[in-house]
Write a protein that binds this ligand. Structure first.
Ligand code: MN
Ligand code: MN
Length: 468
């Protein structure tokens, strides 16, 4: 073996030059990673909407002994509780050994994802084809959502209080839906338009049928036939669609990607990949944590965290103060000592589009959990810029726990930007740092992530929950 020169030694000692995660992965982690990613793919296939994610997460939690938090309940260290907020967001906690006056460790992520929501008056017929009008939810590139198979998921709330669950496309033998696009033969003018204008929002109409109602001489017979089918299947009439939340989502199963199966392609990695890490980290806790561990799965992040189920809702404070009341601790005293890892995806460096990334500060696939000191846009606008002390605390935590991690920004300065729920946690006087999995093709119908990064984010979340 060649002897190391002084320069070699000093280079090792002084420079920060992370290696690909696969060069650092232990055999134990590799085996755990495989099992973890199989469970994660199942979570994706079972949770195509925020409501479905909540139901599936609650089933997993109950199997691990979590029970519904009732106000006034006495809680002991080790107790596991959860609360559902209106079916669309979920909060879970494992009570720690230390009092809540010493703060809690929070993992926060969001379970909503970009999609096409049905409008309140969605169903219409044109030229003897039936369609559903949509209003897109979150930031999408509209051209990506045409000519792909779609499923329809959600609920229809009836005036008698019943709520009908709809899921079409996710089960074997189900029909699928789609949005049509212009054939290239007639698309010359369309092709000249800027990408953002080629598919207008009002043309994202979902094709749902073509067969007219039999023996009827009236108009709109295709629409009538669809209403008849919906009436037979769900017992609804057209007006019931007004009080519905139906979401069209890509009909793709989560699949391994690549000859080496090192990646996962799926709809909704943003931010179910971090949501699952936050949840699984809590469910897999070893023993009773030192501080109370809290997992927050929020809704509405993709449209600004507004609304009663978003991170800005007081529902989180109510949950936390109900926990604090069991120990007569003021909520503010708990918050000011708490720490939150706002776990949301970051943009993976894409060598096909190098112009928007700054290579030295981009998250790379397979380089582990990605931390972002700040997000935001145009001079950190809208960012929760974490303190140096907080970043140092997390560095130590991750290094001690053997987590493979990297530090990143979303893209080049002034190339764009984005936000997460971090700002709303920080607003509550909670020290917060952004962290998550690097994603290729973020917000597209089929996003891609590295398995190693998924697993390391789980490991990182667990380290936060288990910290002293
Ligand atoms: Mn996100
Ligand atoms: Mn997003």
């Amino acid at each position: 073996m060649e002897e190391k020169t002084l320069a070699d030694l000093r280079r090792e000692e002084l420079t920060h030059a992370p290696k690909n995660g696969y060069d650092r992965l232990t055999p134990e982690d590799e085996a755990a990673m495989k099992a973890y990613c199989e469970a994660y793919k199942k979570f994706l296939d079972q949770g195509k909407t925020e409501r479905e994610c909540v139901s599936y997460a609650v089933a997993l939690a109950e199997a691990k002994g979590f029970q519904k938090l009732e106000r006034g309940m006495a809680l002991q260290p080790g107790d596991k509780v959860y609360r559902i907020n209106r079916g669309k967001s979920l909060m879970l906690a494992v009570i720690g050994q230390k009092p809540l006056s010493e703060g809690v460790h929070i993992g926060a992520a969001h379970i909503d994802a970009p999609r096409l929501d049905l409008k309140p008056n969605p169903l219409y017929e044109d030229c003897e084809l039936a369609f559903l009008k949509t209003h897109y939810y979150g930031g999408i590139k509209k051209y990506q959502w045409v000519t792909i198979p779609l499923e329809l998921h959600g609920v229809i709330a009836l005036t008698d209080g019943r709520v009908i669950h709809v899921s079409v496309g996710n089960n074997e033998g189900d029909p699928l839906f789609t949005i049509d696009d212009l054939l290239p033969h007639l698309g010359a003018e369309q092709a000249k338009k800027p990408m953002g204008e080629a598919i207008p929002g009002e043309s994202l109409n979902i094709l749902v049928g073509s067969r007219p109602f039999k023996d009827d001489k009236g108009s709109e017979r295709v629409k009538l036939a669809i209403l008849d089918l919906l009436n037979q299947k769900y017992g609804i009439v057209e007006e019931d669609l007004i009080s519905a939340e139906l979401e069209a989502v890509p009909a793709f199963r989560a699949s391994d990607v690549g000859f080496d199966r090192s990646l996962i392609g799926a709809y909704g990695h943003d931010d179910r990949v971090c949501s699952y890490a936050c949840l699984a980290g809590l469910l897999e806790l070893n023993g009773i944590p030192a501080k109370t561990a809290v997992c927050m799965l929020a809704d509405k992040e993709e449209i600004g965290s507004e609304g009663v189920t978003g991170m800005r809702s007081a529902a989180f404070d109510t949950f936390m103060s109900d926990l604090c009341d069991t120990q007569q601790v003021p909520l503010k005293a708990c918050y000011e000592k708490s720490f939150c890892l706002s776990s949301d995806v970051c943009a993976a460096y894409d060598p096909n589009f190098p112009e928007v990334y700054e290579k030295r500060n981009s998250a790379l696939v397979n380089y582990g959990m990605g931390f972002c000191k700040y997000t935001g846009s145009r001079g950190k606008g809208g960012a929760s810029d974490a303190s140096a002390e907080v970043v140092a605390y997390v560095r130590k935590l991750m290094n001690d726990a053997g987590v493979i991690w990297q530090m990143a920004e979303l893209g080049k300065v002034d190339a764009g930007g984005g936000g997460t729920v971090a700002a709303y946690m920080a607003e509550r006087d909670i020290d917060t740092l952004d962290a998550g999995v690097a994603v290729l093709s973020m917000h597209s119908p089929f996003e891609t992530v590295g398995k190693l990064d998924c697993y390391m984010t789980f490991k990182g979340m667990k380290a936060v929950y288990e910290a002293e």
